[in-house]
Design a protein around this ligand. Structure first.
Ligand code: IMP
Length: 424
């Protein structure tokens, strides 16, 4: 049995990673978030209630699992405190024994959210971000202007650093016509957030290294998806972090264990929020049916998601990039009693492309080759997967050279079929 599993999205996010991690957490000692921030929204149905997690790892709902937020995550301290309080009020134990937050993770500050929002308002410059300040926070991390969580603890040092940083930020905010941010307002607030979060702070890197060395079972949970990765996705319509599986080791500061496994998560169709290329998007009734039946609205922003057909050429790219050999196939119930369509290749002039780099998707004039497969009235007949769904799975496995280990057949925890143990 392996002791390290990375769960990665193979599409443009919202694949259902939250549910997969929630299901697998009971077998994990530790669940780690390694990138992104409160732009993510992992929806989980817990004791009949819908819970949306933005920053906390989805393992937080399994009482015996310890959760870690690594230093590659950009943390909005206010949002994190709110999430902790909401979960506590639902009876979930979010205490320092269960949650470790890297003390050197970068903070998302109010000026990051302001700048993200102001930029999105400029015609022609839009990416369709979540306006949660993610891009500007990562910019600051890399230009060494970031405030780290540990910096919130000493008020005088925080004030000194912020007065320098704010001068530049306010100039930029002024350029975009936004409202200036006052130093005294944020120093007090963020110092108090720091003190409230302090009991959770620690050296995540060291903790994970020790855990892996002592064969604890560690699950790394990515946010967003491979096609939104800043280096490997549909640039510039991407998020600002590395979302691919192997990034977890670099971002958390731990060496990859020799036998780690990667589980790729995909829906039975494709969705995307925000702007950017989406060759198999369906603007008609088919896409609309998926949106309604799958309740495809952004869990962070509520925006309607763009919906379309499963894109095997792009999935092939994502599978190869992440070294995926096992797959979780999500939301098969949404396609019940609907035509089941898959894009098997693209036509480009006289060429047929079965795998493609996302950067080419926006540059080339591609027409997707879409095939229709036998559908299913429901994913399950009794305890067994519907034979047409089994054929659909076999097609995916053959095309992606991977095995489907988990099939999700509905929104609840109980609506899932485990075909084999994905940790092994
Ligand atoms: P940002 O991450 O807020 O900067 O947004 C950049 C792009 O990533 C936009 O297209 C967002 O809609 C998309 N995005 C960010 N987070 C998520 C997510 O959790 N699910 C799906 N799309 C996301």
């Amino acid at each position: 049995m392996g002791n390290c599993l990375v769960v990665v999205g193979l599409q443009w996010g919202d694949e259902g990673k939250g549910k997969v991690v929630d299901l697998l957490s009971k077998d994990a000692d530790i669940v780690v978030r390694y990138q992104g921030g409160a732009n993510a929204g992992h929806t989980i149905v817990y004791q009949g209630q819908k819970v949306i997690l933005h920053l906390l790892p989805s393992g937080i709902l399994s009482p015996n699992t310890k959760c870690v937020i690594g230093q590659g995550v950009v943390v909005d301290p206010e949002a994190l405190l709110e999430e902790i309080n909401t979960l506590c009020s639902m009876g979930v134990d979010v205490v320092p024994e269960r949650l470790l937050v890297s003390h050197v993770a970068t903070c998302v500050m109010p000026y990051h959210k302001t700048l993200d929002t102001l930029r999105e308002k400029r015609a022609g410059a839009r990416i369709g971000t979540t306006c949660r300040g993610i891009g500007p926070a990562y910019e600051d991390l890399f230009s060494r202007k970031g405030i780290r969580l540990c910096d919130l603890l000493d008020k005088d040092t925080l004030k000194g650093r912020l007065s320098d940083i704010l001068e530049e930020k306010n100039a930029l905010i002024g350029f975009f016509g936004g409202e200036q941010i006052r130093l005294d307002e944020i120093v007090e607030r963020f110092h108090s957030f720091g003190l409230a979060l302090k009991p959770f702070f620690g050296d995540a890197s060291l903790f994970l290294k020790d855990a892996l060395d002592s064969s604890k079972r560690v699950l790394f949970e990515s946010a967003q998806g491979t096609l939104l990765d800043v280096l490997h996705g549909t640039y510039p319509y991407v998020t600002s972090s590395l979302c691919i599986a192997q990034a977890c080791f670099a971002l958390c500061g731990v060496p990859p264990p020799p036998d780690y496994k990667v589980l790729g998560v995909t829906k039975a169709y494709t969705t995307r929020v925000g702007l950017g290329p989406f060759p198999t998007e369906d603007h008609g009734e088919y896409g609309e049916s998926i949106r309604q039946r799958g309740y495809e609205y952004g869990s962070t922003t509520g925006r309607p998601r763009r919906c379309g057909v499963l894109d095997l050429p792009l999935l092939r790219y994502a599978v190869s990039l992440n070294g995926v050999k096992r797959i979780a196939l999500m939301k098969t119930d949404v396609l019940s009693s609907m035509p089941v369509r898959v894009c098997t290749a693209y036509r480009h002039g006289n060429e047929t492309l079965t795998s493609i780099h996302p950067s080419l998707v926006s540059n080339l004039k591609l027409s997707p080759i879409i095939e229709e497969m036998e559908g299913w009235s429901a994913p399950l007949i009794g305890q067994e997967l519907h034979p047409s769904l089994v054929s659909f799975i076999r097609t995916i496995e053959a095309q992606l050279q991977s095995r489907v280990g988990i099939v999700s057949t509905g929104p609840g925890r109980e609506d899932a079929v485990f075909i084999f143990d994905v940790w092994t």
